[in-house]
Design a protein around this ligand. Structure first.
Ligand SMILES: C[C@@]1(CC(=O)O)C2=NC(=C\c3[nH]c(c(CCC(=O)O)c3CC(=O)O)Cc3[nH]c(c(CC(=O)O)c3CCC(=O)O)/C=C3\N/C(=C\2)[C@@H](CCC(=O)O)[C@]3(C)CC(=O)O)/[C@H]1CCC(=O)O
Ligand SMILES: NC(=O)c1ccc[n+]([C@@H]2O[C@H](COP(=O)([O-])OP(=O)(O)OC[C@H]3O[C@@H](n4cnc5c(N)ncnc54)[C@H](O)[C@@H]3O)[C@@H](O)[C@H]2O)c1
Length: 214
């Protein structure tokens, strides 16, 4: 299956999860991380979802899914243990042009959810086209070990340097060439060792040597 990767901005967007079990919980967690406004519809909830409902982090509607429940949502996740219910809810979402994910193959959804690692604004995702979620999970664990928190901090440093660089190198082509050369193994080796000051110094050295060459 050939899928198009996309990073959705769900901040303050109304999202609904049908079902309140283990799988629903995993999806709710990632929706909350994206700062979505989450409603869960299910007759019963897994313990960790109960806590979120009690703390009013999510809106909980204690009921079985019924036609009409999808109205007003931007995105829906059908995550009950009934493939019939999942398919009915997904059909309604499709009719209403709501982006829909279906956790079993009961009805074709619009998207799947990848395994993810986030380090600040760095987001690494793994998708197997639905062939092996267990492999996606394992690769996510490996990525977590390989890419620690320093990568998120590096991104913040680079963001700052990029702004400064616009003054130093006014042409976009020059900046492109600079970053291709600057993002070298030495900088990334410093980041891996947690030496962020050294990494920043290396980027700044690279600016000086790029300017002296051009
Ligand atoms: C990545 C992750 C994200 C998340 O859910 O947040 C995710 N599944 C995860 C875990 C996981 N899921 C399953 C197992 C048991 C082992 C196994 O079967 O492999 C494990 C492992 C575990 O739980 O340890 C079983 C399973 N999953 C699906 C079916 C239905 C089917 O295949 O028909 C069944 C069979 C149910 C049954 O047998 O009855 C379907 C989907 N699961 C997807 C995503 C989408 C495809 C992503 C991709 O492209 O790979 C897709 C298509 C739809 C969707 O949910 O978006 C998350 C890892 C998060 C992490 O740990 O980082
Ligand atoms: N996509 C994935 O990552 C993945 C992983 C494992 C399993 N699955 C599939 O997901 C399904 C759910 O797994 P689970 O572990 O969360 O199950 P679970 O038994 O923990 O939870 C099922 C939830 O669905 C709710 N529910 C049942 N009928 C409902 C209805 N009519 N309306 C609203 N909610 C209803 C229940 O109250 C419960 O909260 C499994 O049956 C399996 O097919 C998907």
């Amino acid at each position: 299956m050939s899928l198009y990767p996309i990073n959705l901005d769900l901040k303050r967007k109304k999202c609904v999860v049908i079902g309140g079990g283990k799988v629903a919980m995993r999806k709710v967690k990632t929706l909350l991380k994206a700062q979505a406004q989450v409603t869960v519809i299910a007759p019963s909830l897994a313990a960790s979802l109960v806590e979120l409902a009690q703390a009013e982090v999510i809106v909980y509607k204690q009921k079985e899914y019924k036609s009409g429940d999808m109205t007003g949502f931007f995105l829906a996740i059908c995550a009950t243990d009934s493939s019939f219910v999942n398919a009915e809810a997904a059909k309604e979402a499709k009719l209403k042009h709501i982006l829909v994910n279906v956790v079993d193959h009961s009805f074709p959804g619009d998207f799947t959810v990848p395994a993810q690692v986030s380090r600040g604004d760095l987001l690494l995702t793994v998708s197997t086209g639905g062939k092996s979620p267990a492999l996606a999970r394992q690769l996510r664990i490996e990525l977590e070990k390989e890419y620690g928190d320093t990568y998120g901090i590096l991104l913040d440093i680079i963001e700052k340097v990029r702004l400064e660089l616009k003054m130093v190198l006014p042409k976009s082509k020059e900046r492109e060439q600079f970053w291709q050369q600057a993002m070298n193994t030495k900088i990334l080796a410093f980041v891996k060792q947690g030496k962020l000051e050294e990494a920043e110094a290396e980027v700044r050295n690279a600016i000086d040597s790029f300017r002296s060459k051009s």
